[in-house]
Unconditional design. Sequence first.
Length: 154
Amino acid sequence: MKLGILDYGGGNLRSVINAFKAIDQHATLITQPDQFDSLDLLVFPGQGAFGDSVRQLKETGLWQPLKEWLAQDRPYLGICLGYQLLFERGEENPEVEGLAKYQGTVPRFPTLPGIKVPHMGWNTARFADSAIPPGKPRQSGGVLFCALLLPTAR
């Protein structure tokens, strides 16, 4: 399987690369539009603001090939902002159009007393035994939660 990680000038690439190394899966950084064709799976580890990421994708020439990838229903893993951009818009930058794979707007979490948003920190994850490859340790990991994803339709 040929795995590509979208490198548009943002995103937490090092953590994603290290995660794939931990399961002995090689990944290629995708920086050019012509690299999409040879892939079996595309991972988009987005990080940052909705609008800034769209701008960077367009400036690097990766926006249109990414839209075509999604239109063909090819295998895709969007992490954080890479998932949020699948929607039409985000409340963070409502004037910026997302990839529009799914209808809907990505809202921010409501402000509630005693609840910190965004939630950032180290948390312990609990996995089903089948979710961890044999011989791999169970570990803690960093998390950031700042948006809800509520598609209205596909």
